[in-house]
Design a protein around this ligand. Structure first.
Ligand SMILES: [Zn+2]
Length: 226
């Protein structure tokens, strides 16, 4: 049925009707609190562009996680800023990497709080891209193995969910394969549905050379491109 018989505005006519037919309700149970781990002790680096947001050392991050739990927030999402960066982002999949340490610490000190980990390489690569560079381009397939290795290291550290944000083609299958082969077939993967502006770039300082991130991140103008 089409207009004029079909008139969607009928269900939006007043506040009570809108309340009745609303499909999406946002509650505390829906929230995930992003936290940004940095090396050191008692570190709280404010992020100037986002008031109230800090880069936190693991001890501070545990306090924040405890507070989130006390507020009834069910999950945190961890990002890491490593001690050092290199061409292949090895800090992302290091057994004692910053996120791996943060996961272990939170899981041992805070009960009943889901720990989700961001799986990407851009915080850990010296060039700031989400994958390995070959000839000035981000090499999709070579990156998959490193993303899978990263997710597996998070799982081994105790993560409850891994969340790839890199936008490489085939990364969910690669991560799923690595998790299943290593005894983590129950571990969920939470893909970020879309990544248009990558707000974490303001918090996780990255360099974008020699190619721009726009060659693999989503474009606002065309959803189907991702
Ligand atoms: Zn990334």
């Amino acid at each position: 049925m089409y207009f004029p018989k079909y008139r969607l505005r009928r269900l939006r006519r007043n506040a009570t009707l809108r309340r009745l037919v609303r499909e999406t309700r946002l509650a505390k149970d829906d929230l995930i609190y992003p936290l940004f781990a940095v090396p050191g002790v008692s570190v709280r680096n404010p992020v100037p562009s986002m008031p109230g947001v800090f880069q936190l050392s693991v001890d501070e991050l545990v306090h924040e996680a405890l507070e989130a739990k006390a507020l009834g927030i069910p999950a945190i999402l961890l990002f890491g800023i490593p001690e050092a960066k290199d061409e292949v982002g090895s800090g992302a999949y290091a057994q004692d990497g910053i996120v791996q340490r943060a996961v272990q610490e939170v899981k041992s000190r805070v009960s009943d709080l889901l720990v989700i980990t961001d799986v990407c390489l851009c915080e850990y690569t010296s060039h700031g891209h989400c994958g390995v560079l070959r000839g000035g381009e981000v090499e999709n397939d070579a990156t998959l193995e490193l993303l899978a290795r990263t997710a597996l290291s998070h799982a081994r550290a105790g993560a409850d969910v891994v969340a790839p944000s890199d936008m490489m083609d085939g990364r969910v299958a690669a991560i799923r394969g690595a998790l299943d082969e290593n005894g983590f077939s129950q571990l969920p993967i939470m893909a970020y549905a879309a990544k248009f502006a990558a707000p974490t770039r303001w918090i996780l300082p990255t360099v974008t050379r020699p190619c721009e991130k726009s060659d693999w991140t989503s474009r606002k103008g065309r959803i189907s491109s991702w």
